[in-house]
Design a protein around this ligand. Structure first.
Ligand code: SAM
Ligand code: SF4
Ligand code: SF4
Length: 338
């Protein structure tokens, strides 16, 4: 069947879907869910506000019918969602899905990797911001050492999952770990991607001066390694890819601040409570859960999504200024799903 092509106001095709399955997390990364804000009294979503697996499946199916080919599950920490493998099995069997991935902090991944793979999961992005335990524990603020995550990465690899590691770099926080991380994952033949620290949400105290740019990180690595650019595999590929010359091992950069990529942004996002967002930096979403629970038909649901995408004009990173970074109302990353 010919897939429809739904485009927004700038001609960007609806192609990828990120689904957040929970707003809770077992880490309190200081740049994402600082404990002072996400403490004991923080009002996380009550269970009945979360999308059920049936609702997630219905939405995924609708998006696949609109031309989406790739789905990524995220959060919060997606592996905290009970019976996640059951959801993955349901999604993996949907017609039109070419790829299903998951982004996780890796704490629970080791023991779940085999089950997730058997359920149909293909790729996992594991976040790891430092190898040095003091630095890593200062960041995650949850007393989890880096070898817990490394062990999970090894187990996930053994289970046959394709792994990439993501490291958010913030000046003064973990920039001293850049080369160590590059060397370590080069040796393990795992793609490491450096993510520029972003001004998502309202609570991470972001400032331009905290950003370590792609160029700075690239130059640091290039002093020790011969790296060459790799062409993107498809339109809308977010990472700028490089490989270590003479090998197939890659290293990448996600340059949302220094080289924004809004013009090729093909991603839709569903938050854990069923709100639909067309940008990571959006202030408001559109409540699809309520519409589904109020008996909206499949056709109406489809038309609603088409309408939202066709009216999409988001290009926050292209337009970012000190003023928007500090004063614009934005939802939290742990809620919308990173
Ligand atoms: N808990 C999972 C994890 O950490 O992988 C999934 C959700 S987390 C929000 C997704 C990704 O967003 C992680 O790689 C995390 O490091 C990244 N992230 C969170 N806050 C960020 C920020 N302010 N700037 C850049 N990346 C950020
Ligand atoms: Fe949790 Fe991921 Fe945010 Fe860290 S980055 S607090 S692991 S959601
Ligand atoms: Fe896409 Fe919004 Fe990020 Fe631009 S700022 S790349 S539109 S999510």
């Amino acid at each position: 069947m010919q897939q429809p092509v739904i485009t927004d106001k700038f001609g960007r095709v609806l192609q990828d879907l990120r689904i957040s399955v929970t707003d809770r997390c077992n880490f309190r990364c200081r740049y994402c869910m600082p404990r002072e804000i996400f403490g004991k009294d923080f009002a996380f979503l009550p269970k009945d506000h979360l999308l059920t697996f049936e609702e997630i499946e219905r939405l995924a199916n609708t998006f696949l019918n609109l031309g989406v080919k790739k789905i990524r599950l995220t959060g919060g920490e997606p592996l905290l969602r009970k019976d996640l493998a059951i959801l993955i099995r349901k999604l993996a069997s949907l017609d039109g899905l070419e790829d299903i991935g998951l982004t996780t902090n890796g704490v629970l991944l080791g023991k779940m990797a085999k089950t997730l793979k058997e359920a149909g999961l293909k790729r996992v992005n594991v976040s790891l911001d430092a190898l040095d335990d003091k630095t890593f524990m200062e960041i995650n603020d949850s007393k989890v050492p880096s070898h817990t995550v490394i062990q999970s990465i090894q187990q996930a690899k053994e289970a046959g999952l394709t792994i990439k590691v993501n490291m958010v770099v913030k000046k003064g926080m973990n920039d001293h770990e850049i080369l160590k991380m590059a060397n370590y994952f080069k040796k393990m033949d795992i793609t490491l991607r450096f993510i520029e620290f972003m001004d998502v949400g309202q609570s991470n105290g972001w400032d331009f001066k905290h950003v370590v740019t792609k160029k700075e990180i690239h130059d640091m690595i290039a002093q020790e390694h011969d790296i060459e650019p790799v062409d993107p595999e498809y339109i809308g590929e977010v990472a700028k890819r490089y490989k270590y010359r003479g090998t197939d091992t890659e290293v990448g950069f996600i340059t949302s601040v220094s080289e924004s990529f809004c013009s090729s942004c093909t991603r839709a996002r569903i938050a854990a409570d069923g709100h639909f967002y067309t940008c990571l930096f959006a202030g408001t979403g559109f409540n699809l859960k309520e519409l589904m629970r109020n008996g909206m038909t499949d056709k109406e649901l489809k038309n609603t999504i088409i309408n939202r995408w066709q009216n999409r004009e988001d290009r926050y990173s292209d337009e970012r200024t000190e003023e928007t970074a500090k004063n614009r109302k934005k939802i939290e990353m742990s809620y919308i799903g990173g």
